[in-house]
Design a protein around this ligand. Structure first.
Ligand code: SF4
Ligand code: SF4
Length: 163
């Protein structure tokens, strides 16, 4: 990986719009529906996703018009990252905001868009679209599997040569 890669040399608020978009790893964890406890303010992440998410590619099917179709689809900038406590620990924006390196499975590091899926970081194979879930089921859908799975997969990854 080149030392002068844009995500290493620039802070989040210095990224161009194109670079900002490129930083996303495509995990779609932020497209999982969340429930907020009214008393504690704690946010629970469910294994149910926004109905616009393609569950195979983990891409938004209407990205350009997502905010029209899904008004509460989150949009954040460099300043907002630190306040979004529910953003996964693996999120590339969180990692860079905290001055950490991108993970080996990020396509900008691996050169392969599929590594985020093979590493078990994306939601592929573990979620259901909200189109197929009754609202009453949502509380039973809260999950906590993101980080442990990441660690297992990280340890299982064989050593790779670096640039
Ligand atoms: S959690 Fe972060 S890296 Fe993953 S899809 Fe959402 S914005 Fe992109
Ligand atoms: S509108 Fe698209 S980007 Fe927004 S939560 Fe839904 S699938 Fe994800």
């Amino acid at each position: 990986m080149a030392d002068d890669a844009f995500w290493r040399t620039k802070s989040l608020d210095e990224l161009t719009g194109e670079e900002w978009e490129a930083l996303c790893d495509g995990c779609a964890q932020c497209c999982q529906l969340k429930l907020e406890d009214e008393d504690t303010g704690r946010v629970g992440c469910t294994n149910v996703t926004c109905q616009l998410l393609d569950l195979d590619t983990c891409q938004c099917t209407h990205y350009e018009e997502r905010h029209v179709r899904v008004p509460d689809c989150i949009e954040f900038d460099a300043k907002a990252v630190a306040a979004l406590h529910w953003l996964p620990q693996t999120c590339a924006y969180r990692l860079r905001a905290e001055g950490r390196e991108l993970m080996w499975w990020h396509y900008l590091v691996s050169g392969d868009r599929s590594t985020v899926h093979r590493a078990g970081i994306s939601v592929r194979g573990r979620v259901t679209s909200e189109a197929h879930v009754h609202p009453d089921e949502m509380e039973d859908r809260i999950v906590h599997w993101i980080e442990p799975r990441q660690m297992e997969q990280k340890q299982a990854e064989p050593k790779r040569s670096t640039d």
